[in-house]
Each structure stands twice: as structure tokens, then as C-alpha cells.
Ligand binder design. Structure first.
Ligand SMILES: *[C@@H]1O[C@H](CO)[C@@H](O)[C@H](O)[C@H]1NC(C)=O
Ligand SMILES: *[C@@H]1O[C@H](CO)[C@@H](O)[C@H](O)[C@H]1NC(C)=O
Ligand SMILES: *[C@@H]1O[C@H](CO)[C@@H](O)[C@H](O)[C@H]1NC(C)=O
Ligand SMILES: *[C@@H]1O[C@H](CO)[C@@H](O)[C@H](O)[C@H]1NC(C)=O
Ligand SMILES: *[C@@H]1O[C@H](CO)[C@@H](O)[C@H](O)[C@H]1NC(C)=O
Ligand SMILES: *[C@@H]1O[C@H](CO)[C@@H](O)[C@H](O)[C@H]1NC(C)=O
Ligand SMILES: *[C@@H]1O[C@H](CO)[C@@H](O)[C@H](O)[C@H]1NC(C)=O
Length: 608
């Protein structure tokens, strides 16, 4: 049964009813009923237009206890009721991560130091121990997220399972425990965690689909389900009443058409709860199971909508505690022509916010997106590609230790007589400036190229033993001979609907292909194996990203591991001399000649 058809059908019937009133009733009554009708149409649309026949499958769908618990925001409504006597923060959801709780709450302008986590034993005897939050962040227009550490002790004698709550410092009292008990945290293994509007469709990000990796899956058995905001107040109809079919499914992403009722008014979709379901079982008894969800439909647009021309070139990246690398990376690439930066921050606690704000205030157009969803790099890139599409013709996906380098520009620079003959289409006075933007702009009118690939050279520690103060481009000058991998810059409007991407490469729309830049014209310097201090941190990051448990010798052959490093984070012999086959000072010379302060020799990204 197609709910959209039913919906239209019922809508027609309702129009009939109104007509009937028109003929038989007095005008006052007509006005009144028409008003009611409008009210239903605007607020309670789903309820009256769509009542799915409760087949056994929809029954299990609506009444499975796992999904019921996520329907009606009891935490929120309770908070509202009891706020005068107890806690003022209004919680929406909790998610249990491997080493912390994530709490989603209504937007409050709160700083990390203003909030604490409180833990209760559930049989109600304790008054609750407290700990400071790990972080407190703005998430989107209507929500914030806080991360709470696990409670100190987990002794089963004190009542077993503990619940966590949030309160402002200094606040006393507590929430009704019987309500908290009914809302145990969602498991991060299986949950719809984010959703975005994209034209006539909604893109839902889901953990736990267990789809074939790196492949587009068959969407037939999947649907999206929409919960109407106005319903959770009474709790009764607080369910996902509208559902639509999926049009594409891959990795962690399910894309569905929007219900008709919100398609024409996308702003009505904002904040609507959404989840996905999968049909399984055999032909005789099919079961549709809804996944738990903390997702609400957010807009696909970035905060400041661009009225003017799109940016030619933007960059998306995901970071975790790499704040110190940002300045050099952003300042250098902005000079090469990157105009807008989307930094997806995965739970950093190294003051990245200050670095981002500082760069942004200097005109680099940098924004930080809080992305608390661990091990979701591909999904994060898909999310960023969607966000960037409104504003950018091209989006690059590369890491903060990767630097584009144009060997020819160096040659030109070193031969001053030649500099005026720069063939670049832009009228820049300095050779090399905006050269990355020129490369992509050259393909902007192409009808076949949607991705530009650039090969990477992997640099080693280059004999250093401590982090180069002037920057990685100056410090690291020895690398492996042959290039590894490719980095891609894509046209976000020409990506496949599935948003499928594997190691930074997106599936392109039918009929489009990628272009490999010749290595002699542009290459990426990847400062992959830095001094041990830096590499060790990266090693843990990588390992956490790709390997289930890094201490179990898994993925030993993976490219993300340093050859010969094994699974121990102990400095190998002669680390500083490794990965050094070719001396390559090209980018160093170039950067020094363009960026170094003539008087002091210091680089603009060095901290003063
Ligand atoms: C506490 O202990 C229980 C049972 O021993 C275990 O299932 C649970 O995961 C533990 N919780 C934490 C936060 O460590
Ligand atoms: C809570 O549980 C503990 C251990 O199970 C028990 O000793 C204690 O009496 C309980 N308190 C209440 C108020 O039920
Ligand atoms: C807590 O909520 C339950 C219903 O969920 C209610 O029966 C109980 O009276 C409430 N307790 C307090 C102290 O408000
Ligand atoms: C969806 O259902 C199919 C059976 O129809 C099952 O094999 C598959 O594992 C299910 N996928 C998810 C994500 O639950
Ligand atoms: C930042 O964006 C503005 C327009 O919004 C643009 O004029 C400016 O050049 C951008 N900054 C950089 C460093 O590209
Ligand atoms: C533009 O791209 C073409 C390949 O399609 C290439 O031959 C040409 O050199 C490029 N021009 C510039 C200025 O990069
Ligand atoms: C994000 O950070 C967490 C640690 O908070 C780490 O375990 C995870 O692997 C990181 N994920 C990505 C994609 O960087």
C-alpha cells in the first residue's frame, strides 16, 4: 500500500465533505468547519489523512517497544512539567557510545563549564553523583549536544543500571526517575542519527544497517517514517504516521521521497522526526522494523545562504584534535584559491573552536560543524557534500596534513624572466596564487568531468626529531619515491544520489567521470609520517578510525598502517630516517619565498 496515494485519496474525500457543508449549512457553520479543516490540514494532517491499516507488519512497527520508546519525547515533556521545581534543561535523547554518553538537548546557550552530568542508581536511593561534561556544543538551529563520561563506579550493589542526567551547576533537585528509567540511552550500534532535506527528498543517516560495504544497495525494502512534531504533546498519536519509499540506499545513508504534505512546504519539514525501516522475513510473514531514531530533519543549507555567485572552490575535512595543523593548511590553501572551509569536528578537545573563529574573523570563511558521530567519516563527507552544494561549484576532500603543490609554479618563480608568461586564465600577479582554483575552474563547464584526482607523495620524518616550528611544508623535505593514492575534488551537484563514497572518492552521476591531473603539473604533498610525537597521535586516530581493536593485530596489511609499525605505539628504531627515498624541497622553497616575513623570516601561521 502506498501511503502517498492513500493520503491523496483521503484528501479528495475530505474536500468532498467540505463541499457538502457548503451546500447544507449556514455560513457561520461553514466558516467554522472550514477553519477546523485548515487547522487539520496544517497541523494534524497525518492524523486525519492517513491511517494505515494495521496489518501485522505495521502493528509490529507501531508497537514494538524499541520504537515506542523513541516516539514521544517523555524526557522533554516531563522537563517542561516539572521545571519549576527541578531541572531546567530540556533533554531530547541519549545515546550510549563506547566510552561516553551523548545527550541531545533543546538549544541552550551554555558553555561547557556551566553544565554537569548527574548519575543516579535507579532504585532511587542515591541523590546522584556528578561529573563535569566532557563537552557542550551547539549542534544545529534547535539543538545542542553534551557528552558525559561514564560514572566512576559501576558496582551492581548500588542498584545496577545507572542513568545520566544533565543539570546546570548549582541546580538542585532531579527529574522523575521513573521517567528516566523508561528512557534508557539508545545504543550507538543501531540508530538513525541525522537527517537532511535535499530537494524533494530527505537524506537519513543511519548506524547499523549492515549493508554491503562500498556498494549501492537495493532500496526496495526500505522506507522512511516521519513523526509530526505537534503530536508528542499528548503522547497518544506520537508515532511515525507518514511513510515514504526509499529511492537510494548505500553505506549509512537512506534517501527517501518527502511526503506530499511537506514536499510543497519544505520549511514544515524542519525539525520533523524521521527514521527508517527495513522489511525482512519471508514471503508469508514479513516484518517491518523501525530503527530507533534521534534524527530530526535539518535544512540542507549552510547557515549563511549565498545570494551571489557560488564559490568556485570549497573544502570539506574531518578532524579530531588537529587544531594546531589548521592555520598553515588553511592559510596556504586559501592563497591557492580555496574560498570556503567546512571543518567537521569529531569531538576535539584541543581548542579548535578558537582557531576556527580566529581564522574566520580574518576572512578565511571557516566554519566548524560539530559531528559527534564517531566512525562515520564517509557519512560525514556525504553530509558535507550536501551542505556545500548550495554554495560551491567544487569541493575538495583532503586531510589537514595534505598540501597541494604546483611544481611548475616553482620553476616559473625561480626564473623571474618567465613569470609574466603565466598561462593561467586568471589575472594574478604572483605566479601560483589561486592556481588550484584555476585548475578546477578550467573544468567547471565540462560536460563529462565531475571529479579531479591528484596523486600524493608521502613524506617521512625527514630526519627531524621535533615538530617543525615554521610548519610542515618547511620542515619535511624527504619522501617516498612513488606516489600513493589520489585526492579528489568533486562537483557536488554531480554526485550519485546515494552519496556513496569510499576513501574520499564519490560515486559520480551516470555519464560523468574523473580526470587524473598529470603528476608533473600538480601533486599533493602528504606529510604522512611526521616526527614520532605527531605521528603517534595520528596513529591512534587512524587506528581508532579504521580498526575495531587496534591491539588485536587486525588490518595489518592496511595502507593506513605504517609499514613495519605493528600494533605497538612505541617509537621504532630510526623512525626519523624512515620513508625517505627522495629529497624534495620544492614546496619548502616555494612557500619560503612567498610567505616568509622578509624581516624576521617567520611564517604567517606561526603563533606569535
Ligand atoms: C556496568 O556493568 C554492567 C554489568 O556488569 C555492564 O553491562 C555495563 O556495560 C557497565 N556500564 C558501564 C558504563 O561500564
Ligand atoms: C537499592 O538497591 C540496593 C541493592 O540492590 C538495596 O540495598 C537498597 O536497599 C535499594 N534501595 C531502595 C530504596 O530500594
Ligand atoms: C513520576 O512519574 C510517574 C509517571 O510516569 C508518576 O506516576 C509519579 O507520580 C511521578 N513521581 C513524581 C515524584 O512526580
Ligand atoms: C533487511 O532485511 C533483509 C531481509 O529482507 C535482511 O537480510 C537485512 O539484513 C535487513 N537489513 C537491515 C539493515 O536490517
Ligand atoms: C570569503 O567569502 C567572501 C564572500 O562571501 C569572499 O569575497 C572572500 O574572498 C572569501 N575569502 C577567501 C579567503 O577566499
Ligand atoms: C584545462 O584542461 C585541459 C584538459 O581538459 C588541459 O589540457 C589544459 O591545459 C587546462 N588548462 C589550464 C589553464 O589548466
Ligand atoms: C572520532 O573521534 C573518536 C574519539 O572521540 C574516534 O574514536 C573516532 O574514530 C573518530 N572518528 C573519525 C571518523 O575520525
Amino acid at each position: 500500500m502506498d501511503t502517498e496515494q492513500q493520503l491523496q485519496h483521503r484528501r479528495k474525500r475530505k474536500r468532498g465533505v467540505v463541499k457538502h457543508f457548503h451546500i447544507s449549512s449556514r455560513s457561520l457553520f461553514l466558516c467554522f468547519s472550514f477553519f477546523i479543516f485548515l487547522l487539520f490540514l496544517s497541523n494534524y494532517h497525518g492524523f486525519f489523512t492517513h491511517k494505515p491499516p494495521l496489518s501485522s507488519s505495521t502493528l509490529s512497527l507501531l508497537y514494538s517497544s524499541a520504537s515506542l520508546s523513541i516516539l514521544d519525547d517523555p524526557l522533554q515533556s516531563t522537563a517542561a512539567k516539572v521545571s519549576s521545581t527541578t531541572l531546567s534543561l530540556s533533554l531530547q535523547h541519549q545515546i550510549l557510545f563506547p566510552n561516553h554518553y551523548l545527550i541531545i538537548l533543546n538549544n541552550e546557550k551554555l558553555q561547557t563549564h556551566e553544565v554537569e552530568c548527574v548519575y543516579y542508581t535507579l532504585n532511587g536511593s542515591s541523590s546522584g553523583s556528578a561529573k563535569p561534561v566532557l563537552s557542550m556544543d551547539y549542534y544545529d538551529e534547535s539543538r545542542s549536544v553534551a557528552r558525559c563520561p561514564f560514572p566512576e563506579t559501576n558496582d551492581s550493589t548500588s542498584g545496577g543500571f545507572k542513568v545520566v542526567d544533565l543539570r546546570r551547576f548549582g541546580e538542585v533537585g532531579r527529574r522523575n526517575l521513573s521517567v528516566l528509567r523508561k528512557q534508557p540511552p539508545q545504543s550507538w550500534d543501531r540508530v538513525a542519527y541525522e537527517a537532511m532535506l535535499d530537494g524533494d527528498t530527505v537524506v537519513v543517516f543511519v548506524k547499523g544497517l549492515n549493508l554491503r560495504p562500498h556498494k549501492i544497495s537495493d532500496p526496495t525494502n526500505f522506507r522512511c517514517h516521519f513523526g509530526l512534531r505537534s503530536f508528542h504533546k499528548d503522547g497518544v498519536g506520537a508515532s511515525f504516521l507518514l511513510s515514504t519509499k526509499a529511492v537510494s540506499v548505500a553505506q549509512e545513508i537512506v534517501r527517501c521521497v518527502l511526503p506530499l504534505s511537506i514536499r510543497n512546504k519544505p520549511e514544515k519539514a524542519r525539525g520533523v522526526r524521521v527514521t527508517v525501516s527495513n522489511l525482512s522475513g519471508n514471503l508469508r510473514r514479513q516484518v517491518r522494523t523501525l530503527l530507533p531514531s534521534v534524527a530530526r530533519v535539518g535544512s540542507g543549507r549552510s547557515v549563511e545562504k549565498r545570494s551571489s555567485e557560488k564559490y568556485e572552490l570549497c573544502v570539506c575535512t574531518m578532524v579530531w584534535n588537529q587544531a594546531s595543523a589548521l592555520r598553515e593548511w588553511i592559510m596556504y590553501h586559501s592563497w591557492l584559491g580555496v574560498e570556503r572551509w567546512f571543518i567537521y569536528d569529531n569531538n576535539s578537545d584541543d581548542g579548535i573552536e578558537n582557531v576556527v573563529n580566529d581564522l574566520d574573523s580574518k576572512g578565511f570563511n571557516v566554519s566548524r560543524k560539530v559531528w559527534p558521530w564517531i566512525k562515520t567519516q564517509e557519512a560525514g563527507f556525504s553530509h558535507c557534500a550536501l551542505r556545500a552544494r548550495e554554495d560551491c561549484k567544487w569541493v575538495g576532500f583532503f586531510d589537514v596534513d595534505e598540501f597541494f603543490y604546483f611544481p611548475n609554479e616553482v620553476r616559473r618563480h625561480n626564473e623571474p624572466g618567465e613569470s609574466s608568461s603565466t598561462s593561467s586564465s586568471t589575472s594574478t600577479s604572483v605566479p601560483g596564487e589561486k592556481s588550484l582554483r584555476s585548475v578546477v575552474a578550467n573544468f567547471s563547464s565540462s560536460t563529462t568531468i565531475a571529479e579531479i584526482r591528484t596523486a600524493c607523495h608521502s613524506f617521512g620524518p625527514s630526519g627531524l626529531t621535533s615538530h617543525p616550528k615554521q610548519g610542515v611544508t618547511i620542515g619535511y623535505t624527504c619522501r617516498l619515491a612513488s606516489p600513493e593514492r589520489h585526492k579528489s575534488i568533486v562537483r557536488p551537484d554531480l554526485l550519485d544520489a546515494s552519496l556513496l563514497n569510499v576513501v574520499h572518492h564519490f560515486q559520480l552521476k551516470e555519464g560523468f567521470e574523473s580526470y587524473n591531473m598529470p603528476e608533473h603539473s600538480v601533486i599533493v604533498n602528504h606529510y604522512k609520517y611526521q616526527v614520532w610525537e605527531s605521528f603517534k597521535a595520528k596513529f591512534f586516530r587512524r587506528v581508532a578510525t579504521y580498526v575495531v581493536d587496534w591491539q588485536q593485530d587486525q588490518n595489518k596489511g592496511s595502507k593506513d598502517r605504517a609499514p613495519g609499525l605493528g600494533t605497538e605505539a612505541i617509537e621504532p628504531d630510526n623512525w626519523r630516517l624512515r620513508f625517505c627515498e627522495v629529497k624534495d624541497t620544492g614546496l619548502k622553497d616555494y612557500v619560503l619565498s612567498h610567505f616568509a616575513d622578509p624581516a624576521t623570516g617567520s611564517m604567517p601561521w606561526e603563533k606569535h
